[in-house]
Design a protein around this ligand. Structure first.
Ligand code: GLA
Ligand code: ZN
Length: 738
């Protein structure tokens, strides 16, 4: 096992031209096609971009009708002029393929491009993400427009990245998609219908298929009950999205092979397995819309959280999503492709970011490995659904706004921190988040059919417990390599796919620490239950047998009684914790019990176990316990295993700290430590260590009042003001941490 996951030289996300110094990118979705009749505004945009220190825009995302107003009639002049204007101002372009929405003429001429819902009703033209990804017509029109764009702009020095489509999502149930689904199934089951019937357990309720043509996608008024079918359909949707995306990439690469490609993902979005999508991208990018300053009912990472979250807690949730996105791209730096400079217009309440929050939340992305901060969008649309969504330039049209000043502050920060571009995020802890596991686990009837199964939230809570110790964490799926980590955590890994248990056993045998929880090892990759006892193929390494899983009504609790409190400087010393929601009833099969249940008919049965295996150990947390249990459990683990952390010192709850790392050609290392205070009260932080210097302090938060205090006025090395940010650089022969 290695101490650091990666030690390599800086790899800039985008191709830099010889002689260009590394830089962090700052920019926005730019939609000049909404303003083509106002040349003064288009010129003013350039002046304002320079003021805001914008060095990149994403261009043409929804421009299909402006580029091809009639079939095969192309109008590129406005785009030629826009790219020229931007390049003269030294603004890079991420050029989009326009396939997220299409011109009306296409739906009129070729109704097959319109998406069909699960109820088999074909949509009318409208909205966006409303097309069939299988349709040969849609694919051909996509190939033509992508080829034209690549031919015309692939050689332009401004164009540095292809932005494929926009937030690929959704599914289509049209006859073409049904056919494609059957073909995919025939391949998956090697033409063996019997194998499919067995994998889907269709013998129940007389569901056995006797002909491939009988198979239909799941439907609310048809077949929703065959879990194997539901699971394979979701796999197919990811496959088909990826196949469509690959066709887009092929058209681009045939003409423009040297410019990298990305598409903008959506964090924990449940509909697509982003680890599979990420494998085809040169760079992962994503769109993040947290609801700062209040009740976090939607974090923009699609994660529902069930408590009144302070911003420091929300920062931890968004940090988890950044870690997931980074890992979908194989751990390389990623891009924050969209965020709002002020507020969204689609959350239940569109609260403005409080002073300082925009800078703190933007640098949170950089702290987790992003090489950019970008916005939706540059200039507010005058009309239609996004006219009230936050943008850099408001309807008033000038730069004298609070939001513009906030954005310019981020521009200054990214300029000052340009040398960080391309550095990595070292982590030797991994938490598993697995989309297929999520789909299967949430589709199952039982053990809970209310909203308290909480898979994504459980992953996040384990991650959060480690974030509290500024430990660096990767979020990976069960298909990634484990051997680079010291601690591997698999919350609620209900589905164990082939080879995964073997790799976990190897990991533990060679010295790793593995943590599993209740509701693990229940089914195989087809969602068929293991018949040799739970947790299936993990039973030996965990040294337990889980005979039953109890589900408690929401107000009910049990008690977990520790033999001895967790030991360590930062543990609470608690001897008891409350358990709720799910409690496994387990038997020891080699493991030792560290805690038992206190109540009910299973009082005295093990609630926390440890099994030594080879050079490592495997823990089983049998019940969902209150958050302070995870805090104490990981405090003890972190103290003994010593994973890479940004800080060994205890930091205030509100301070979010991370580390980026570069190995230099001369054999030295450079580390960058971010300290971000996600609270309006000031916070104390440790003084810089030997060899460490503060290279950035955020300016005083901008309240919009005329008399803004001087930059950095309220900082000292050991005091962060409310929403203050400090970045430190350490340089030396060896890493300071790890
Ligand atoms: C998404 C889309 C953007 C825009 C924003 C608004 O992220 O990609 O086009 O609609 O939402 O929040
Ligand atoms: Zn279709």
């Amino acid at each position: 096992m290695r101490a650091h996951s990666t030690v390599n030289n800086r790899i800039p996300v985008i191709r830099l031209i010889d002689g260009e110094s590394p830089r962090l990118l700052h920019g926005a979705d730019y939609n000049p096609d909404q303003w083509l009749d106002s040349p003064a505004i288009l010129n003013e945009d350039i002046r304002l971009m320079q003021l805001a220190r914008v060095n990149v825009v994403s261009l043409g995302i929804f421009s299909w009708v402006a580029l091809e107003p009639e079939e095969d009639r192309f109008t590129f002049d406005w785009l030629d002029e826009t790219i020229e204007r931007l390049w003269n101002a030294e603004v890079f372009v991420f050029l989009a393929t326009p396939t997220g929405a299409r011109p009306t003429w296409m739906s009129q001429t070729y109704p097959e491009v319109l998406r069909v819902q699960a109820n088999r009703v074909r949509n009318l033209h409208g909205g966006r993400h409303n097309h069939c990804q299988t349709s040969p017509v849609y694919r051909e029109r996509t190939r033509i427009i992508n080829t034209r764009l690549a031919e015309r702009y692939g050689g332009h020095p401004a164009v540095r990245l292809w932005h494929l489509s926009n937030e690929y999502r959704g599914e289509c149930h049209c006859p073409l998609c049904q056919q494609a689904f059957r073909a995919w199934l025939e391949e998956r089951y090697a033409g063996d219908l019997d194998a499919l019937n067995k994998a889907w357990w269709t013998s129940f309720w007389s569901h056995t298929f006797t002909n491939w043509d009988q198979i239909e996608s799941p439907a609310p008024h048809g077949e929703p009950h065959v879990h194997g079918l539901n699971l394979d359909w979701k796999r197919f949707v990811t496959y088909q999205t990826r196949d469509f995306m690959r066709a887009e990439i092929a058209a681009i690469r045939a003409v423009s092979p040297d410019i990298p490609v990305t598409t903008n993902l959506m964090g924990f979005f449940p509909g697509i397995d982003y680890f599979k999508i990420g494998a085809d991208l040169d760079v992962v990018s994503w769109d993040s819309y947290p609801t700062w300053g209040g009740f976090g009912s939607d974090t923009g990472s699609q994660m529902e959280i069930d408590f009144q979250a302070g911003d420091w807690r929300l920062a931890s949730i968004i940090g988890t999503a950044h870690d997931l996105m980074r890992c979908c791209g194989g751990g390389k730096p990623f891009l924050l492709m969209e965020s709002t400079p002020s507020m969204t217009n689609w959350t239940p309440v569109a609260k403005k970011k409080r002073p300082g929050v925009h800078l703190a939340s933007s640098l949170l992305a950089v702290a987790h490995g992003s090489d950019s901060v970008q916005y939706f969008q540059w200039r507010k649309s005058r009309g239609s659904v996004e006219k009230l969504h936050g943008a850099v330039i408001d309807h008033v049209g000038h730069e004298h706004t609070r939001v513009f000043a906030d954005v310019a502050d981020v521009g200054d920060a990214l300029d000052a921190l340009g040398e960080i571009a391309g550095t990595t995020y070292p982590a030797d802890i991994a938490v598993i988040f697995d989309w297929e596991n999520k789909w299967a686990l949430e589709d199952a009837k039982g053990p809970r059919n209310d909203d308290r199964l909480l898979y994504t939230e459980t992953v996040e809570r384990h991650h959060h417990a480690l974030t509290r110790f500024s430990a660096q964490v990767d979020v990976i799926d069960s298909g990634r390599p484990f051997d680079r980590y010291k601690i591997l955590i698999a919350p609620m890994l209900y589905m164990i796919k082939p080879g995964v248990a073997e790799r976990i056993v190897d990991f533990v045998r060679s010295g790793g620490t593995f943590v599993a929880t209740y509701w693990t090892g229940i089914v195989n990759e087809s969602d068929l239950c293991f018949t040799s006892g739970f947790p299936g193929p993990l039973a030996d390494v965990l040294g337990i047998w889980s005979e039953e899983t109890d589900a408690l009504y929401p107000p009910e609790t049990n008690t977990v009684r520790m033999h001895a409190p967790f030991t360590g400087a930062r543990t609470s010393g608690a001897r008891e914790y409350q358990a709720r929601d799910l409690c496994d009833l387990i038997h020891l099969r080699g493991a030792e019990s560290l805690a038992e249940y206190g109540d009910d008919f299973y009082a005295g049965r093990p609630a926390l176990t440890r099994n030594a295996h080879g050079d490592g150990q495997a823990y089983y947390i049998a019940s969902r316990n209150e958050e302070c249990f995870l805090g104490d459990f990981y405090a003890a683990l972190v103290e003994t295993i010593r994973p890479t952390r940004a800080y060994d010192e205890e930091l205030p709850e509100s301070v979010h700290a991370t580390l980026r790392h570069a190995a230099n050609d001369d054999g030295t290392v450079t580390e960058y430590r971010f300290l971000i205070n996600f609270d309006s009260d000031p916070a104390r932080v440790p003084p810089p260590a030997d060899g460490e210097a503060v290279i950035y302090r955020s300016p005083s938060p901008n309240t919009g009042a005329a008399d803004r205090p001087a930059t950095g006025a309220s900082h000292s090395d050991t005091r962060l003001p409310g929403y203050g940010v400090q970045v430190r650089r350490f340089h030396g022969p060896h890493p300071r941490t790890g």
